[in-house]
Design a protein around this ligand. Structure first.
Ligand code: ADP
Ligand code: MG
Length: 355
């Protein structure tokens, strides 16, 4: 047997590595937007405006009124693993803020044209900077890359243009801008329901009407009404569950037995991050099956607080999938509580119709 000689091993070029890493975190425009919304909320914003062009592929812009970014930090803002939210490895297990890996802005800068305008309370003006491949970049050939002073209100505006412009295979994978826009509205709607005390708006670039609009003072039920309509909002019951042994607390609003949707709407937040969980979705559906007509589905908004050391958010850079200890026990307690609430509502209704 004649073996071929081994080929020499070489390091991939750094820009190739960065593009690959970025593509793993940001697969669609909605993933970039999620990171930007979480950053804006982390910054203590109470107003958040989103503008979208071509499903986010041409333009994603988010304007907040949060604490802003110091001018001195702008040069390293988009480097990988630069963050104001994590100092030591041990902090990883007790992190309270959404993002923590300092990778989002870096990733975006490798696969899009990124510009940032930001102003802190202390600053007398706003600063505008462009970024490419993790570094400050000049806005036009011949100009320098230094941040430029401009007029602006306190807060931060992040503009992402031409997402995946240098990843043609990824860009080709998008069938329609409207499909991407639907995902974006779904995401903005989720955060708009969850983030009490924050106003949200989302519209297409150049449009005069907004597709999501929630005022700052709206309570949770009104937020659900704005996003999902009165047919849902009029049939909600509050849900609360708590258990020290499993270290969790749950708050939410769930539809009662009068409401029956075409498909399950599950708005799930774990430690204030929007996440997906097939396990929780399935349990909700099984629980509601006893209360709803065949083919009917519930609306469920759940905000779960789990002791951070029990949650493993570090499984993947996208942080979309979250695992936590005693998942089954926690889900069982929540489902018991749902059954309790639903049967209570049932009795009061039949009581009322009888009397
Ligand atoms: P991470 O959120 O994991 O720290 P990011 O790349 O998302 O990493 O952001 C890097 C840093 O940039 C943040 O830690 C924060 O200090 C700053 N930052 C990003 N977006 C905003 C914003 N909208 N307002 C204020 N600071 C921001
Ligand atoms: Mg972040």
């Amino acid at each position: 047997l004649r073996l071929p000689a081994p080929r020499r091993i070489k390091a991939l070029a750094q820009d190739v590595v960065n593009k690959i890493a970025a593509g793993e975190i940001i697969v669609a425009p909605v993933h970039a937007l999620k990171e930007l919304i979480e950053n804006a909320v982390d910054a203590g914003s109470t107003a958040l405006e989103v503008v979208i062009k071509d499903g986010g592929l041409k333009l994603l812009q988010i304007t907040d009124n949060g604490h802003g970014i110091n001018k001195e930090d702008l040069p390293i803002l988009c480097e990988r693993f630069t963050t104001s939210k994590l100092k030591a490895f041990e902090d990883l297990t007790s992190i309270g803020t959404y993002g923590f890996r300092g990778e989002a802005l870096a990733s975006i800068s490798h696969i899009a044209h990124l510009s940032v305008t930001t102003r802190t309370k202390e600053s007398s003006c706003a600063w505008r900077a462009n970024f490419a491949d993790g570094k400050l970049a000049s806005p036009k050939p011949g100009q320098n890359a230094e941040p430029k002073p401009i007029a602006g209100r306190p807060g931060t505006q992040i503009t992402v243009e031409d997402l995946f412009y240098n990843v043609p295979s990824r860009r080709r994978a998008f069938r329609s801008a409207s499909e991407e826009y639907t995902k974006i509205l779904d995401l903005v709607g989720r955060y708009a329901v969850h983030c009490s005390g924050v106003s949200f708006s989302c519209k297409k670039h150049g449009a005069s009407t907004t597709d999501v609009s929630v005022p700052v003072a709206a309570g949770t039920v009104d937020r659900i009404r704005q996003i999902h309509g009165s047919s849902v909002a009029n049939e909600l019951v509050a849900l609360k569950a708590e258990n020290d042994r499993w270290g969790f607390k749950c708050d939410g609003w769930i539809s009662n037995a009068n409401y029956s949707g075409k498909r399950t709407a599950l708005l799930l937040f774990i430690n204030h991050r929007s996440v997906e969980s097939q396990a929780i979705k399935k349990s909700m559906e099984q629980t509601y099956a006893a209360f709803l007509p065949k083919g009917g589905h519930p609306f469920v908004y759940l905000s779960l607080d789990i002791e951070p050391q029990r949650v493993d958010v570090n499984v993947h850079p996208t942080k979309r999938e979250v695992h936590f200890l005693n998942e089954d026990e926690i889900i069982a307690i929540i489902c018991d509580e749902i059954r309790n609430s639903l049967s209570k509502v049932d009795t009061s209704r039949s009581f009322m119709t009888q009397s």
